[in-house]
Design a protein around this ligand. Structure first.
Ligand SMILES: NC(=O)c1ccc[n+]([C@@H]2O[C@H](COP(=O)([O-])OP(=O)(O)OC[C@H]3O[C@@H](n4cnc5c(N)ncnc54)[C@H](OP(=O)(O)O)[C@@H]3O)[C@@H](O)[C@H]2O)c1
Length: 283
């Protein structure tokens, strides 16, 4: 089991990825820079952003202001939905590098699959986007490539045409939302599961059962959720712009949730989440 925030998972291509990531979705520019800086100074070494978050320049600034060397940091960004396709992906990637002020990424993800409800040629579109990812990876600009929000039926055609199997699938996971089919299909193909919104964007933290269970371990509901993700061998991405919470969320390596309590959390029914269904979203 992981013992510190810098312990790593190993991706299928041998690249190490620190086991707790720091999220930046909905962090406005100033807060994004300050929170990334604080997270790095506190000890996080894995930052997750995306072109769509509109804060890549600020994330880059936070990294530089922290004084932590770029090569000590695992940095992820994502291709937004209006940039799919081979040439547009190559251009979007270059823009992300420029915005972040770096000359490589540790991980680049397709943010959402092109899906049948919006594109008749969704399989070809995901395939051509992925070919650009493979080129950037082969050319040495990205250390690992992956996908996000891909369900088994999006994944299957991609696996049939890809030359390099994605190393990561980043999906929504929190108590009440385990996505077992997506996890199974991704893990069987050798991918690491990254859990986005592990706190349900804060929704989990008001749940009385989780609060009571966390108390038993002398921990907060947030810490319980993040530890639960880790004990599933998934990688939690926790977001906060609040210094005390940033520190609280990395203090999850000194306790173990019992098998019985893991099963209890696993069995919790759905009680809220983003509501973003990859087969229904209109973005
Ligand atoms: N691939 C995708 O499609 C996708 C989608 C969504 C998210 N993500 C990634 O996953 C990351 C995490 O997801 P998320 O942003 O939805 O958030 P989250 O980590 O599930 O929850 C963050 C929310 O909880 C609050 N919070 C954090 N720690 C807390 C604590 N210890 N006590 C009380 N409240 C706490 C934060 O408030 P403050 O910030 O005000 O402190 C914020 O409102 C994102 O930032 C992003 O990097 C990816």
């Amino acid at each position: 089991m992981k013992k510190t925030v810098t312990d790593s998972y190993v991706l299928s291509n041998g690249v190490k990825i620190p086991c707790l990531g720091f999220g930046t979705w909905q962090s406005p520019p100033e807060e994004a820079a300050a929170s990334v800086r604080h997270a790095l100074l506190a000890g996080y070494r894995h930052i997750d952003t995306a072109a769509q978050y509109g804060n890549e320049p600020d994330v880059g600034r936070g990294i530089r202001e922290s004084g932590v060397a770029r090569e000590e940091i695992f940095l992820t960004s994502k291709l937004w939905n209006d940039e799919r396709g081979y040439d547009t992906t190559l251009r979007a990637f270059e823009k992300s590098l420029k915005n972040l002020g770096t000359d490589y990424l540790d991980l680049y993800l397709i943010h959402w699959p092109a899906a049948p409800h919006r594109f008749s040629d969704w399989k070809e579109l995901n395939g051509s986007t992925w070919r650009a990812f493979e080129k950037l990876y082969r050319d040495g600009y990205i250390r690992a490539i992956g996908i996000s929000n891909f369900l088994p039926h999006h994944l299957k055609p991609l696996l049939e045409t890809c030359e390099i199997v994605p190393m990561v699938n980043q999906i929504e996971i929190h108590p009440g939302m385990l996505q077992p089919e997506a996890v199974k299909a991704s893990e069987e193909a050798g991918m690491l599961i990254e859990a986005w919104s592990p706190l349900g964007t804060g929704r989990m933290l008001k749940n009385e059962s989780l609060i009571a269970l966390a108390k038993k371990y002398g921990k907060s509901a947030a810490q319980l959720c993040l530890r639960w993700v880790l004990q599933h061998d998934y990688l939690p991405l926790a977001k906060s712009v609040t210094p005390s919470r940033i520190e609280e969320n990395m203090d999850i390596f000194d306790f173990t949730i019992s098998d019985e309590d893991m099963a209890y959390i696993d069995a919790m029914p759905y009680f809220g989440g983003s509501g973003f269904d990859p087969d229904k979203v209109d973005f």
